[in-house]
Design a protein around this ligand. Structure first.
Ligand code: FEO
Length: 169
């Protein structure tokens, strides 16, 4: 595998684990506020990010590439308003989309079409995650100021269940 592509994928493992940590910190914020549904949403989001890291880890090993695990940074964001984590999550997903696109471009430049195909799943996943995070902001802006609506929104988010990634490696 092209050295640059391999290094970017290796780094993406760390980025996905950081995403998991960031989302767990958001769950932590909502748990402290008593919004267990919002917390549930981000707990599951954290698990999905761990899955993403593991998929890339396995992909590298399946291609006989060396994996190096680096330190995962401390989540450094602070939140005050209830909508703050939702906005931070959306901005973070946009950032991650940029990272995935960057690896995609590097794989294309290296004519590494196997990695391009592998990353197709991540491109689609980013589209879904950006839509979800954007929709949550919209709902919160529309209904979040009304306590009964907030209760219903919390209940809706509490119903989210974890499912394994559709990509199998
Ligand atoms: Fe692994 Fe939320 O992207």
């Amino acid at each position: 595998m092209d050295k640059n592509v391999s290094a970017l994928l290796n780094d993406q493992i760390n980025k996905e684990l950081y995403s998991a940590y960031l989302y767990l910190d958001m769950a932590n914020f909502y748990d402290e506020k008593g919004l267990d549904g919002f917390a549930n949403w981000y707990e599951i989001q954290a698990r999905e990010e761990q899955d993403h890291a593991l998929l890339i880890y396995k992909y590298l090993h399946n291609n006989s590439e060396k994996v190096t695990l680096e330190a995962v940074a401390k989540p450094d964001k602070t939140y005050s308003a209830l909508i703050d984590p939702l906005k931070a999550a959306h901005a973070h997903e946009q950032y991650v989309t940029g990272l995935i696109n960057n690896i995609y471009r590097a794989a294309q430049d290296a004519h590494d079409y196997r990695t391009v195909q592998f990353l197709d799943w991540f491109v689609k996943e980013q589209g879904e995650e950006e839509k979800n995070s954007s929709d949550m902001i919209t709902k919160m802006e529309l209904f979040g100021d009304d306590t009964r609506c907030l209760y219903m929104l919390n209940s809706e988010l509490a119903s989210r269940v974890y499912s394994e990634p559709s990509l199998k490696i």
